[in-house]
Design a binder for this molecule. Structure first.
Ligand code: MTE
Ligand code: MO
Length: 329
């Protein structure tokens, strides 16, 4: 890793819980105000604030719908009934307007807008390293190579928010079998795009070691849960969710689920990862969801569901213990 000059606030991000907490407290405050009955004036003031907030929120959600693609072949595909979640599926507009995608901005509400014009065609994915079949896939070919299925998974960000989302994709295992790793392949390294011209965050946040990079062990990469994702809610991924292809590892914190992949490399050593390089004491390589291991700056015991604002207990391995616990004996 070359020494990089990191901007002053760099410890906050992925960690920008502060604005989130402030936002939540403000909403609670306004709610309280609206129903406080402290007298006509404060009630009135409260109502105005409340309705303008609600209006702003509603018009925001309406606007975000224009970024959501219509279903068109091959979507929608049938749902794999094995993956059931006891929580309701998150409202689509909420999921589509609350994103972490630092290539565009650190502001979750703004990602969808800033990513709207991002070009996801043509798109190539280079496969290299310890594999017999090194090759470059064109996205349009890739999507036809493996049967697609829909899976409803819990999703948990390290910042303690969570959602339940129907992803469309194919098991990464199928892809790995196709490219035939050699015995030297012990880890998979994945890399996102680097296009500062189209991604404002890559211009503005120069201190980050772009492009975004992540990694898994071969056992993790070939686990049944690990999904290469091309769609969500029965249509293609909108840009803010990591179009045209991203990873999903539902038992790990969200930052492992790298978006907009352009390169997959099979390597023999544990590869460095973006967040681990930025803050090794806060973001580990494995990053398995664990309510009993607090983040150095906040508890991981509970999580906030993004559309209902409910707080619910966090589950070990995000509820996927039976699939993955054996990997970490
Ligand atoms: N390339 C890239 N991938 C990324 C990120 C990012 O900033 N850049 N953020 C990660 C984090 S922290 C989370 S929580 C999820 C968010 O996915 P979503 O916006 O689709 O909910 O994407 C992950 N993948
Ligand atoms: Mo995250």
């Amino acid at each position: 890793m070359p020494l990089i000059k990191i901007p002053k606030g760099w410890r906050l991000p992925e960690s920008e819980v502060t604005p989130e907490d402030v936002y939540m407290n403000r909403r609670k405050f306004l709610k309280a105000l609206g129903f406080s009955g402290l007298g006509a004036w404060s009630l009135f003031a409260g109502c105005v604030e409340r309705s303008s907030e609600a209006e702003a929120q509603e018009s925001g959600l309406k606007a975000v719908r224009r970024s959501i693609p219509e279903p068109s072949p091959p979507y929608p595909v049938s749902r794999n009934p094995e993956f059931k979640v006891q929580r309701p599926i998150t409202t689509e507009d909420v999921a589509a307007s609350y994103n972490n995608f630092y290539e565009f901005t650190t502001d979750k509400d703004e990602v969808w807008k800033l990513a709207e014009k991002f070009k996801t065609r043509p798109w190539e994915i280079e496969v290299t390293g310890h594999v017999h079949k090194k090759r470059t896939f064109d996205m349009d070919d890739l999507i036809k190579m493996f049967p697609l299925e829909e899976r409803v998974y819990r999703f948990r960000c390290v910042e303690a928010w969570a959602m339940v989302v129907p992803w469309t994709g194919f098991p990464f295992k199928n892809f790995i079998e196709e490219v035939q790793p050699t015995p030297d392949a012990k880890y998979v390294r994945m890399v996102s795009f680097h296009r500062p011209d189209q991604a404002m965050g890559q211009r503005m946040q120069g201190g980050y070691p772009w492009p975004y990079y992540e990694g898994l062990t071969m056992d993790e990469a070939t686990n049944e849960l690990t999904l290469m994702v091309t769609g969500i809610y029965g249509h293609a991924l909108p840009n803010q969710h990591g179009a045209p292809v991203r990873l999903i590892t539902p038992w790990k914190y969200g930052y492992k689920s790298i978006k907009s992949i352009v390169k997959i490399e099979f390597v023999s050593e544990q590869p460095p990862t973006f967040w681990n390089d930025l803050a090794p004491n806060e973001y580990g390589f494995f990053s398995n969801v664990n309510p009993n291991v607090p983040h150095p700056r906040w508890s991981q015991a509970t999580e906030r569901i993004i559309d209902t604002d409910e707080r619910v207990p966090t589950l070990l391995y995000n509820g996927y213990e039976e699939y993955v616990a054996h990997l970490y004996g």
